[in-house]
Every structure is written in C-alpha cells, then in structure tokens.
Design a protein around this ligand. Structure first.
Ligand code: SD4
Length: 304
C-alpha cells in the first residue's frame, strides 16, 4: 500500500507547488501554510499563463485574479477580480484572518490588500499582452481543453487560456486545508468570476471527510457546486475517485452536449490520505505528495 497522501494539487506544475508546501510542513507550518506556500509558487511563476503574474488578461487587457482558502475549522476567505497584487491566495487568507467577512471583490479587495501592505505591480507581462493583442484580431472567446499543460502553445501569441491551481494539504496534526488561485479564463468579460474563489465550487474542505478542488470551465463547476458535491459523495462512503466521477457524470447528464467540448476536472483528497480525480476530457494531471515526501504525477480518467 502507498503511504498516505498529504498534499495534492492540479496539473503538472502542481509538483513545484507541492515542494513548497512540503517545505512549509517540514518547517512546522499548518495545512493552511502548506497550501498558501504552494499557491504562491504558481502565482509567482510568470511562465504559468494564468495564475498571478503572467496571467492572461480579460478582454479589456486587465489581469484579474480570483482566489480562496478554506481550513479544517471551516474558516474561509476569498478575493474576486483582484488587480495589481500577485499573491491573491495570501490576500484571500488575510480576508479570512483580518476581516469579519469571507469575500472581497474588485476595487475593495485591492484597497484592502494595499492597506495590509501587499505590494502592487503590473501583472500583465509583455508575453501575455502580446497574446491578448493577437486575440483581439478575432476576439473569439473559445476556451481550449487542457491548456494548462501546454503553456503558451497553440494559442494566439502561443498562450494557454487557463491555468488554475487548486491545492489540498494535511499537516502533521492531521488537519486539512485547501486553496485555489487563478486569473480565470483568458479573455473573459470584464467582471467575470469563475468557480475558483467560490467556496463549494472551486474548493471545499470538511475536516471530518476530506476536500476537493476544481479546474476547467468554471461556469460548469458552479452549476453543480462541484467541490462541495464531491465532499458530500465522499461523506457517503465513496473513494475520492468515485466521488469525483459521480459529480462529473451528474454534470454530463445535466448539460449533455453543452459540455461535450469543455474540460472540467475535480481533484479530491480524503482524511484517510487517499487521493483521486476525474475529468470530462482526458488529459488532466495532478501532483500527489505522500507522507514520505515523494511526489508523483497522476493522470485522471475521463468520461469522454
Ligand atoms: C475559471 N476554473 O476561472 C477557472 C479556470 C481554470 O485552469 O480552471 N483554469 O473558470
């Protein structure tokens, strides 16, 4: 039998995030410290064409970030459409820890971040700007499947269109936390928010059961409250893989041909240290780090 998993995160680039999470755990950090550290790695990586810096902008050319965190204790914090501050996951954590609220959006989120001492910077890199200018020539909104693992290839300007990282971790005390951070779908409408910062959709953690995070076309994750649905399926006794599969199948029944060309992937970790995932389309990968510190990349099965 495998050592229990202590951290999972979405896509191949999750391996680097898990390494940072593992280091945080090793340094005595909590599960929340682990997922925050991992999310920050993806946010700072400008080759990841959309988490934080280097993220593809909305159709008006503005990079807007969505993120959330959730802890074992049911504490939650989130930001939507945050501009000019790279570490959206840390701002989400600050919303949780420093305010009486759970969600701040837009100008209010930015003002709060500045007041908390977060530095501001231009998040639109020259490469992302070039991709946006290329996109403007057709201005056609068409999310591509699994672009996360094909950074900058095949898109206008060689850019991928979505790159969310979702993370779940357990600390040595056995407590679970999760985080999700993204710049959302490339070339989205200004003001558009997806599933990623919404507790229950892009992320859910229940310390009695386990957690789930989602990636892909956020609109469809929201329709089935994807992450919460997976946690409830695990509560009823399903293995994480079976729980993710049940919700993907439910979405396919609900939406039929409307999701035939979309990618949605769900990734779960239960309190027994079992991980699993399931997707609409083949190609979804995720990083799993076990209690011995070994990380492997797994490939999810898919409905189509
Ligand atoms: C969104 N779910 O904003 C995000 C996009 C994503 O990998 O997952 N990209 O809808």
């Amino acid at each position: 039998a495998r050592a229990p998993a202590v951290m999972v995160s979405t896509w191949d680039f999750g391996a680097a995030a898990n390494a940072a999470g593992w280091a945080a755990r090793h340094a005595g950090g909590s599960a929340l410290d682990m997922v925050e550290a991992g999310g920050r790695v993806a946010e700072a990586d400008e080759t990841n064409s959309s988490v934080g810096l280097g993220g593809l902008p909305d159709r008006d050319g503005r990079v807007t970030l969505d993120a959330c965190v959730m802890t074992w204790a049911g504490d939650v914090g989130a930001v939507c459409a945050l501009e000019d501050v790279v570490h959206a996951v840390s701002v989400a954590r600050a919303v949780m820890e420093k305010t009486p609220h759970v969600l701040l959006v837009g100008a209010g989120a930015r003002a709060f971040a500045v007041e908390q001492g977060f530095p501001t910077q231009n998040l639109l890199t020259p490469r992302a700007e070039a991709a946006w200018r290329d996109w403007l020539r057709t201005a056609e909104y068409a999310p591509r499947i699994n672009s996360e693992n094909n950074d900058w290839r095949g898109m206008p300007g060689g850019a991928a269109d979505h790159d969310t990282i979702g993370l779940l971790a357990v600390d040595p005390g056995g407590r679970m936390a999760g985080a999700c951070t993204t710049s959302g779908m490339a070339f989205k409408m200004r003001g558009r928010v997806g599933d990623s910062p919404l507790i229950g959709a892009g992320l859910y953690v229940d310390d009695e059961v386990g957690g789930c995070t989602a990636t892909g076309v956020g609109e469809d994750v929201v329709r089935v409250a994807g992450s919460h649905a997976v946690v409830e399926a695990m509560r009823s006794g399903l293995h994480p893989t079976a729980a993710c599969r049940r919700v993907i199948e439910r979405l396919a029944r609900l939406r039929g041909s409307k999701v035939a060309a979309s990618q949605i992937a769900l990734l779960a970790l239960d309190k027994q240290g079992r991980s699993g995932a399931f997707a609409l389309q083949p190609g979804f990968t995720y990083a799993v780090t076990d209690a011995a510190g070994a990380t492997r990349i797994e490939r999810a099965s898919a409905l189509f």
